[in-house]
Design a protein around this ligand. Structure first.
Ligand code: T4K
Length: 396
């Protein structure tokens, strides 16, 4: 479902597209190639390329300092981080999770033999609706995995209340939310454990990479073992485990990007402002923004198109942008509950209707942003959106 057209398309009339290069969501940030190559060179010279190397340790240390979490354990990717975390936390049976997320969140649970049970989101925030979560708790439920979608922290206090009341684990998928916070409380320190992604498309990337953050020393110890075949400190095998280790080349990239995080966030924020101004006058269109007390990294610029007002469906705008070399994404259409393996067993995964998810999945478009897209290009994309809304045929 989450596919991309990579080839430049011809504009509808046969004229040249508005951009002569493709503009993507998630173009990788590589802020300092010289330093990156230096670090890679040092790793090659050391002859130590993976298995808890010095660059991985330094990356973990810097992430600890940046997030304020007492333990950060780097992994091979964000999906593996979540798989190891749910296993280390001892989840069993059913786990409540939003449907409106990248499919990795649901798959990581299912892949560990758990049953993802999809809860609705509050369409205003895009994050779990606590009241809906409460209705899904059964004697088989062992945990809640919230997603800090597009960097917006979940309604943590309400979710914590439900988790404590029912004795459930509270974990977060923070793949989008490095550097985000809620009322001064940093993402990475809210749940029992949280995971980050450093995939190439994330604003801080390690080619592929992830991490588990937690303030719980015992959980950290179990995660540390399980990501490395269950080995304890003396090389004895203490538990089942897998290989979810980060390698040194990934850590070199992650470290180098992390050194520039403030300037990348500033660049993201500037583009967010340009989108906000450029889309401001369009009826039925809005740029989603952080709520009160939230800090956002603005790696995703999320536009919402309300067809009831514009008369034009989001997919028409998407097609018009593609024709101009602007590869916006329908993240996260259609919601995991409508994807093959989960839809096939909807009675298990989707016990209640998900109207908030269904509505938002039809309305949002994530637009290219970040340092790879110039602010003037953002302005031009806004003009293209405005043009599409006045010229595109109504509906899909
Ligand atoms: N939880 C959540 C909430 C997540 O969003 C994700 C990942 C995860 C968990 C899992 O974390 P990881 O295991 O991946 O660390 C992309 C990313 O592959 C995925 O990591 C990310 N979320 C998701 C939101 O975006 P796709 O299926 O859209 O990937 P793809 O290949 O279609 O690329 C998307 C865009 O990025 C395109 O416009 C092209 C551009 N791109 C991509 C790559 C790989 C580049 O410009 N350069 C590149 O190297 O999932």
């Amino acid at each position: 479902m989450q596919t991309t057209t990579r080839e430049p398309a011809a504009a509808p009339t046969g004229r040249r597209p508005a951009f002569d290069r493709p503009l993507h969501v998630g173009t990788p940030n590589v802020p300092d190639r010289r330093r990156l190559f230096e670090r890679i060179g040092e790793a090659l010279d050391r002859g130590w390329l993976t298995n808890d190397g010095p660059l991985v340790r330094e990356f973990e240390e810097r992430l600890r300092a940046y997030t304020g979490a007492t333990h950060v354990l780097a992994t091979s990717n964000g999906t593996a981080a979540l798989e190891v975390l749910v296993r280390a936390r001892g989840l069993t049976g059913e786990v409540i999770v939003p449907s409106f997320t990248y499919v990795a969140t649901a798959h990581a649970l299912q892949w560990q033999g758990l049953t993802p049970v999809f809860a609705d989101i509050d369409p205003e925030t895009g994050t779990l609706d606590p009241e809906h979560v409460r209705r899904l708790v059964t004697p088989r439920t062992s945990g809640i995995v919230g997603v800090h979608l597009w960097g917006r922290p979940c309604r943590h206090d309400a979710l914590r209340g439900i988790a404590d009341e029912h004795g459930l684990a509270l974990l977060y998928d923070a793949a989008h939310a490095l550097g985000c916070s809620l009322d001064g409380r940093a993402v990475g320190t809210l749940g029992d454990g949280e995971i980050f992604s450093f995939h190439a498309t994330k604003f801080i990337n390690a080619f592929e990479g992830g991490a588990v953050a937690t303030n719980d020393p015992e959980l950290a110890e179990r995660v540390g073992r399980m990501r490395n075949f269950g080995f304890g400190p003396g090389r004895e095998v203490l538990t089942h485990g897998t290989n979810a280790k980060m390698n040194e080349i990934s850590a070199a990239m992650g470290l180098t990007a992390l050194e520039h995080i403030d300037e990348i966030v500033a660049a993201n924020t500037l583009r967010h402002e340009h989108y906000r101004a450029g889309l401001a006058g369009l009826p039925g269109v809005r740029l989603r923004a952080p709520g009160p007390g939230e800090r956002n990294n603005h790696q995703y610029a999320v536009m919402e198109i309300d067809e009831r007002i514009t008369g034009v469906h989001r997919d028409r705008v998407l097609a018009a942008l593609h024709a101009e070399n602007v590869f916006a994404q329908k993240y996260f259409h259609p919601g995991c509950h409508r994807m093959g393996p989960y839809a096939a067993r909807s009675e298990v995964h989707t016990p209640l209707p998900l109207p908030g998810t269904e509505a938002l999945a039809e309305r949002v478009l994530v637009l290219p942003s970040g340092p790879a897209v110039a602010p003037a290009e953002v302005d031009r994309i806004c003009e293209l959106v405005a043009h599409a809304l006045t010229t595109a045929p109504a509906h899909r």
